[in-house]
Design a protein around this ligand. Structure first.
Ligand code: SF4
Ligand code: SF4
Length: 58
């Protein structure tokens, strides 16, 4: 599960572009993640220049 720090995110879409599942989008005006289809590969976490994404523990 991915945690999004919305205060750190500047909507650059770097994560949107690298996500292999295409489950991230900014069309709502904030970064939205479709958790039902996320495979927890964590590629988005590695690529975020703002460190706005992190691995959340359940
Ligand atoms: S963990 Fe992987 S599948 Fe899930 S949002 Fe990030 S890049 Fe996409
Ligand atoms: S890469 Fe980081 S700063 Fe850019 S849209 Fe994704 S979460 Fe926001």
């Amino acid at each position: 599960m991915i945690h999004i720090d919305e205060s750190a995110c500047n909507l650059c879409e770097a994560c949107v572009e690298v996500c292999p599942m295409g489950v991230l989008d900014t069309t709502r005006g904030y970064l939205h993640l479709d958790e039902t289809r996320c495979i927890s590969c964590h590629i988005c976490v590695i690529h975020c220049p703002q460190k706005a994404l992190s691995i959340a523990r359940r």
